[in-house]
Write a protein that binds this ligand. Sequence first.
Ligand code: REL
Length: 969
Amino acid sequence: MRTTTLTKIVLIIALCLFSFHRDALAIGQTRYVDCVSSKGSFSLAQKEELATLYVDSNDYAGVIRAVKDLQADVARATNHTPKVIHEQASLGKNTVIIGTIGKSQIIDQLIKNGKVDATQIAGKWESFLIQVVQDPLPGVTNGLIIAGSDKRGTIYGIYDLSEQIGVSPWYWWADVPVEHKDSLFVKAGRYIQGPPAVKYRGIFINDEGWALSPWVKEKFGNFNSKFYTKVFELLLRLKANYMWPAMWSNAFNEDDPNNPILADEYGIVMGNSHQEPMLRAQKEWDRRYGKSWNYWTDANNLQKFWREGVRRNKNYESIISMGLRGADDTAMAKDKPIQEIIDKLHEIIDVQRKIIAEEVNPDLTKVPQLWCPYKETQEYYEKGAKIPDDITILWCDDNWGNIRRLPTEQERKRSGGAGIYCHFDFHGGPRSYEWLNTSPIPRIWEQMHLAYRYGADRIWIVNVGDIKPMEFPISFFIDYGWNPDRWPADKLPEYTKLWAEQQFGQKYVADIADILTKYTKYNGRRKPELLADTYSLVNYREAETVVDDYNKLAEKANKIYKTLPNEYRDAYYQLVLYPVIACANLNELYLALGKNRLYEKQGRAATNDMADKVKELYKKDAEITNYYNKVLAGGKWNHLADTTHIGYTSWNPPPKNIMPEVKNINVPAEADMGVAIEGSENWWPMEDSEALLPEFDPFNQQKYYIEVFNRGRVPFDYKIESRESWLIVTPNQAKVDKEQRVWVSVDWQQVPTGTHRAAITITGPNESSVVVQAVVKNPASPKRDQVSGFVEANGYVSMEAEHYTNAVNKAPVRWLRIPDLGRTLSGMTPFPVTAKSQSPGGDGPRLEYRMHLFNSGKVEVKVYLSPTQNFHNTQGLRYAISFDDETPQIINIHVNDTIPDWKYPPTWNQAVSENIKVMISEHMLKKPGEHVLKFWMVNPGIVLQKIVVNTGGVKPSYLGPPESFHNSG
Ligand code: REL
């Protein structure tokens, strides 16, 4: 008997620990639900025996509704449905008592009787307490109390329990399965959360024309309350509270009158986009007045229109967008003098506030309002527009995730506070990006951390396009806003793992987290819509390495897919596999396209193969889209993969993907040998110049390729000879049908000291031959294992920021590594981000990079930085740079960004497209040998990703040369 019980316990524990069991049910929170009982634990479910769920019928309708979700969630996990009751008389022995302080008699009574101490949450915003209480009330032996400080506090408490029992906030929106559990226990203890650090946290559904709209039409008819309640529920499960609704052809309040009613009942605070003031969608205006609004000519109609809007929604919780922009995301008056526009803005806000005072509350400080200095409207503010103190200023990013402005010390005193509106999706220039998730969480962290530390914490709202496929960054954005202190930079990898675990269980956590981190990094390097002609085809094997890495990731993601139990596959496909295989395929397509064009110039027989490959990959792209739309989850997400992404010619998406133009050539029959080499687009014997491979050195111990290719249809044999026995060439003879890649490397045990030139002779058909030169540099010193720091090769030293030799801190400033930030490895930034500016030099904070150079004279230092905006609106963000004892040169990263008219500076297009800002300084080095490069802090907010010291050999590439050989010394 005892053995059986023991076996059972062991089995249950094993089930809890292994396979797809999910520990990280509530990301970043103490885990309080278990599937085995423990001392003093509360039994929520034990086979058919379920605790009763009690909620006062006088509590908020939204709380009562959420309890029904909890009831359904328990059933999802256990297959048994608990009872929901509202009468005190029917309280069972085991009851979950749920209620809002001040709205639930029982909760108030428990607090009064001292059974529950709610002082930590009472009167706070959106806070809750979950506590196991023995004998809380007569007849109740075991109680689980979920008490909320306010309506959403209670709702969040309810959904927190749901999350802990294994229902992911994405259970419906991403088909995340709920793992079956026979038993659920809440461990003895008190679990408190809130208040959130950011008061309003939400999303903006936008640019919904291509994917979300047809999906909504097919599944819900229109953007009605059937659709929106799905969104509201998701937001509450994520602990978000705020939203701007879809607005392209839609009007939230009008398309379904139940929309605002249900938003309010659920507990979602509604607003409208930055261009739609006074709780009215632009479409409502268009439907009535049919032309663009203009306050100069339409003041009366606009005032009437606004009055109707705030009157209609006055009983619902909202944040009212204030001010005015032109219709359709344009400036309100392009040709008028700026002062006239500012005066008009003042007049508009005055009128709007008068209407609000008359219609909603004469005490305007009680009515949440925001003004959003989006695009041109920021100029009005910087040039003197005065925004009433109690209105929240919702600062914006540059549409590409880089915050344009943060509150100054003075502005931080405003009673309305500040917030941030930013983008994971954008319809506009320099190119729309609306297809896949391209926002790695380290950059979201870095920017929102800045925002938080500079006091922009009243509202965070992010443009998420169609919601899908932004699931992962949405979770992070909301979780980070809830409790930024829980997620310092070094915990970001943990966040990714916990998120992966919440959706897929423990088994593949590390691998899935790795996939999420890498695919977002790869997509963050350049938006897929901009990908054509990005990576170098010939230098540093850049394009093929990117494709190789992406394909390896796709292979890994696919392998996991195949071994996952069936019920996890849909979720995994949409959250992990799809973005990886879709973008790996696209990268490969552009590599094939680049090769097709290069090969055509070289007359390679393989030109047409590359054209076929492009066609095949283009077809595969359509198949992936089709799978997402039609097969995944039985077609549940049809259209959500419709967004076009191939064939852009401007910022505006093409209406349909367009197959890129490929080149086909007529290949003559006769065999004809061509030779191409790494680092060059030329081919020989066509070219007059010398065929010279990049240099070989004992530090990096490179291998470089030579490509022997056929310009005819008949295959031929080649032979390769070199006099140097230490030069390894493989294969040194072969039959070439279309092309053969030959690898050249050096046997470093055999090479004599010094610089050598080795000729490699390739002999092909009809006695044709090509000579390729290899330069091999084997210096007497330094020696590979003795050198400390980096070593120059091929005319450069390339260094990842985190591979500094020395980080010099100076209290309170220290250097912070932000893992996985940026295009290559990670980012280094001076911390805290609110630290005072520093004068570079002396013992100032700096990163030091030791290196050995073989060259001297003039060198160029290229510093790769995140494209941070001039968020202080001062002269620009600066760092300083020096070699050895040089006086540091101060470099202003915004020096070329002077914005006379507050439009985006010309350098901005390049910086956001490339997702990097490269600054160059020149230095004079008297002699070769050991040097120390110093990167000095001047302003906080600068994020260093990579440094390249160019002694004359850097070749064009997108990411810059790969990292040079280095030793920690
Ligand atoms: O991303 C933005 O904030 C804007 O482009 C949009 O809010 C804008 O109103 C656009 O969707 C409308 O055409």
